[in-house]
Design a protein around this ligand. Structure first.
Ligand SMILES: [Zn+2]
Length: 454
């Protein structure tokens, strides 16, 4: 039997029983035994005929491998937006996520990877069962049905006992959420990607939804993992609800989702409209400019270089793997720089203004030219709008998003349409009004917003 070499090979000097390499071997041999026991194709039997725990033992199927190509990042912020929307009054609770760096020892790293791999295999297993059951009976097992199989699975697969029980339950929940999101997208007529099997590279977090963790001075005590050193660079506010352990580019993080009370800022009468741009990140109706910072442009040059370095190297080679690692790290750095900048700028805006008007980015995408450096600009804008929105709602500020149609063409003084191409940077109207193109647009956005709310 061919044993695949694990992507994270056992760490040097490690002697514990939880090495992913050893366990993978064990897992594969269990799978082979299982194949001999259960004759025929699992999918051809009905869901109820096949005892669930037996089906558990499964490695990577070819189907799994085929489905591994597309990107599906685990996003911690998914639920935040709605929560922020609902909470405007003082004292209302809203959800905040705090992320801290962890410094696990070798053994603790092993434990984390062990739990991660068990969760991933369970996730893929549960997904396979849902698909198989649907093909047979036209109905998928529900969240509760799948959750009820966990104790039995543990009997057959002792490794699962090495993972905190609520973490396993959360895996079931995560799959269920993926399904719900899929059905929601179908219903809304969006491009609906079906929940996919997760390769190692796409499964990088597991969650303690209630208990099993506690902060003790400089350490985070995590059940079945150990007493991991944590850098608490700030104090998490409110009550901690869940703890997610995350691995990214060889670094370890703990994310605490907390319920925090709103603290509105003193009221402000100031209002502002904001035009998002390419050369400038944003221009306000007061004529202020939020520059696209130079360091981002520099990093983007570097990114391009590293990307080229990756594509020049032979697929499957060690040098390529290293280059991919470097690229991923640089991507992370750029994302962090961008986030940091957006956080600072959004804080300034929210502290100063009582009403902030933006273009609605979803509509804007359709209106504006597709040849613009879209992906680059997008992430900068999205970050800014997102951060301003949640900060504003916590602070009791008002955010309005308007349809950006013709905001850059219309004269903010007389309302006349003055046609101009993208290259024309100055708005010059026959009424005598002259202004910077983006500033004129920002004033239009503010006016639209004021019209919308009155
Ligand atoms: Zn005019």
């Amino acid at each position: 039997m061919k044993v695949r070499v694990a992507r994270n090979p056992p760490l040097r000097g490690y002697k514990g029983k939880h090495s992913p390499y050893v366990t993978r071997k064990l897992w594969n041999s269990l799978e082979q035994q299982h194949r001999q026991n259960v004759k025929g194709d699992l999918c051809k039997k009905t869901f109820s005929e096949v005892p669930l725990p037996e089906k558990e033992i499964m490695g990577r199927s070819s189907l799994e491998q085929q489905l591994f190509h597309r990107n599906d990042r685990f996003d911690l912020r998914t639920s935040d937006k709605e929560v922020h929307r609902k909470s405007k009054e003082r004292g209302r609770l809203m959800q905040r996520t705090y992320k801290f760096r962890l410094y696990p020892t070798r053994e603790e790293q092993e434990n984390i990877h062990f739990a991660l791999e068990r969760c991933r295999l369970l996730y893929n297993r549960l997904l396979a069962e849902r698909i198989a059951a649907y093909k047979q009976t036209g109905k998928s097992p529900t969240y509760y049905e799948q959750k009820a199989t966990l104790p039995e699975r543990k009997q057959y697969i002792p490794e699962l006992k090495g993972v905190h029980s609520q973490v396993l339950q959360h895996v079931v929940e995560r799959l269920d959420k993926a399904y719900q999101a899929f059905f929601r997208r179908v219903k809304n007529g969006e491009k609906a990607g079906f929940p996919r099997f997760k390769p190692e590279s796409r499964y990088n977090a597991f969650t303690y939804p209630q208990s099993g963790f506690s902060i003790e001075e400089k350490h985070l005590r995590i059940s079945k993992i150990g007493n991991v050193r944590i850098r608490l660079h700030r104090q998490p506010q409110g009550t901690i609800k869940t703890c997610t352990i995350m691995v990214k580019n060889g670094k370890y993080y703990a994310c605490f989702s907390c319920e925090v009370e709103n603290v509105p800022l003193p009221a402000s009468e100031k209002q502002i409209g904001i035009d998002l741009g390419i050369s400038k990140l944003a221009v306000t109706s007061d004529g202020e400019r939020v520059e696209s910072p130079q360091f981002l442009r520099k990093s983007e040059e570097k990114l391009k270089r590293k990307q080229r370095a990756v594509s020049k190297k032979k697929r499957g080679s060690n040098r390529r793997r290293k280059a991919v690692c470097e690229l991923a790290r640089l991507h992370e750095k750029v994302a962090n720089q961008r986030k940091d900048y957006a956080h600072k700028e959004s804080r300034k805006l929210v502290n100063t203004y009582g009403l902030i008007a933006f273009e609605d980015l979803n509509i804007q995408r359709m209106v504006k030219n597709h040849h613009l450096a879209k992906s680059i600009a997008d992430s900068g804008w999205n970050g800014l709008v997102q951060f301003v929105t949640y900060k504003a709602e916590s602070a009791g500020r008002q955010i309005v998003q308007v349809n950006p149609y013709r905001t850059s063409q219309r004269c903010s003084n007389c309302g006349e349409i003055v046609k101009k191409s993208l290259a024309v940077r100055v708005h010059q109207c026959s009424c005598g009004y002259v202004a910077d193109r983006d500033e004129n647009a920002a004033i239009n956005i503010l006016n639209l917003a004021l019209r919308d709310i009155s």
